[in-house]
Design a protein around this ligand. Structure first.
Ligand SMILES: *Cc1c(COP(=O)(O)O)cnc(C)c1O
Length: 370
């Protein structure tokens, strides 16, 4: 890595060893159930190629994406691993499934009938047991069973598993157990990260885990069992001392109530930092939590470092990472760790770490090789 070329850009460091460690933790917890890795949405913004390869190297044999093109891009990297596509096929993309040996998750009778007509081979079936979002309603199951598809996995998705005490979990468990019993040849899968941690009853034959692998607790507060994977930092571009009574940023939505030392960071909503962080976001810099001050701009934010230790141009503020857990950072900004990761824009350089070493493949940004 040529450090100078990234010195004044936002960077997300991705610790591949930590992701593997989290995968192994879930796999051990899951016992006899298989742990599949969910790498949709570019592995929650962190890079499906790098994460997929690292997890395949750690023994993961089943992967889930949302769209077939995501699966096709991963196929050459994942050997003969199973790649499931949550959103299923449509007339226009069904050939991609066949060419890249992707396993569609069939969510409706229409998709199942399409796969019976035009598809080939293995499929999964998603039954909606109460989230009322995606998946075949129970009323379609007879017609789907009559198609006699090669169903490898029957799955459902919990709506309330981030709250382990919610009685809806047990209700969906019972509906899923009954519905899955109609497809005895298929393996069963009910849980994502939260369900995988709910207890043995929720694991069935396979858990589908995304967030926990990426170091984000599905229970929305830091969990010492999960290693932090992603660390977002942004450099200090400029420092200034400003008098009380001055305004900061667009529309002067912040007025200083005391003489303040302000630091401007190269990071803005154009990089995925939510503009809704206005008035409540924080970053870690100079040994202290520093409040964001004024509106988030496209490329910049201003933070108040008056109460922090010494801060210099080029120092990197942590937006989330080991110092500021992503669940806490997200809660402060009124969102979830999931969304902080998937919001990271293409301008944020991804740097991959293994054994603490930068193993990022060279990439080009604006013509410069980084
Ligand atoms: C995204 C998704 C998952 C993974 O959820 P996490 O909470 O990130 O583990 C599992 N199953 C389905 C159907 C999903 O859409």
């Amino acid at each position: 890595m040529r450090a100078s070329s990234l010195a004044f850009r936002p960077v997300v460091e991705i610790d591949l060893d930590a992701a593997v460690k989290n995968y192994r933790f879930i796999a051990e917890t899951a016992g006899a159930a298989e742990t599949a890795a969910v790498v949709k949405c570019n592995a929650y913004g962190l890079g499906a190629a790098a994460l997929g390869s690292a997890l395949a190297g750690a023994g993961c044999r089943s992967f889930f994406v949302a769209y077939p093109d995501e699966g096709a891009a991963l196929r050459p990297l994942l050997g003969d691993a199973e790649i499931y596509v949550f959103n299923g096929p449509d007339e226009g993309d069904i050939d991609v499934f066949v060419e890249s040996q992707l396993i569609p998750v069939l969510n409706t009778h229409d998709q199942a009938a399409l796969w019976a007509r035009r598809g080939r081979g293995a499929a999964a079936l998603h039954i909606d047991t109460g989230i009322n979002r995606l998946g075949a309603p129970e009323s379609e199951l007879d017609a789907i069973a009559a198609l006699k598809l090669d169903l490898r996995v029957v799955m459902s998705h919990l709506s309330c598993s981030s709250d382990p005490g919610d009685p809806e979990n047990a209700r969906q468990w019972a509906r899923f157990s009954a519905a899955a019993g109609r497809f005895p040849e298929a393996r069963t899968s009910l849980s994502a990260s939260a369900g995988a941690l709910l207890g043995p009853d929720y694991r069935f034959d396979m858990v589908r885990v995304g967030a926990a692998i990426y170091g984000v607790s599905p229970f929305d507060r830091p969990d010492a069992r999960l290693a932090p994977v992603a660390r977002l930092t942004a450099p200090v571009a400029q420092l200034r001392d400003v008098a009380a009574g001055e305004g900061v940023g667009y529309n002067h939505r912040a007025i200083l109530t005391r003489p303040s030392r302000l630091a401007t960071l190269f990071l803005g909503y154009g990089d995925g930092l939510h503009r809704a962080a206005f008035g409540r976001g924080q970053v870690f810099l100079g040994g202290a939590l520093c409040p964001m001050i004024g509106r988030v701009s496209m490329d910049l934010i201003v933070i108040d470092v008056t109460d922090a230790g010494p801060v210099a141009i080029g120092d990197r503020a942590e937006i989330f990472g080991a110092k500021l857990p992503i669940e806490d950072a997200a809660a402060t900004m009124g969102t979830l760790g999931y969304e902080l990761l998937t919001s990271l824009g293409p301008r944020v350089a991804r740097r991959y770490l293994r054994n603490g070493e930068d193993v990022t493949a060279p990439t080009k940004i604006d013509g410069a090789v980084l």
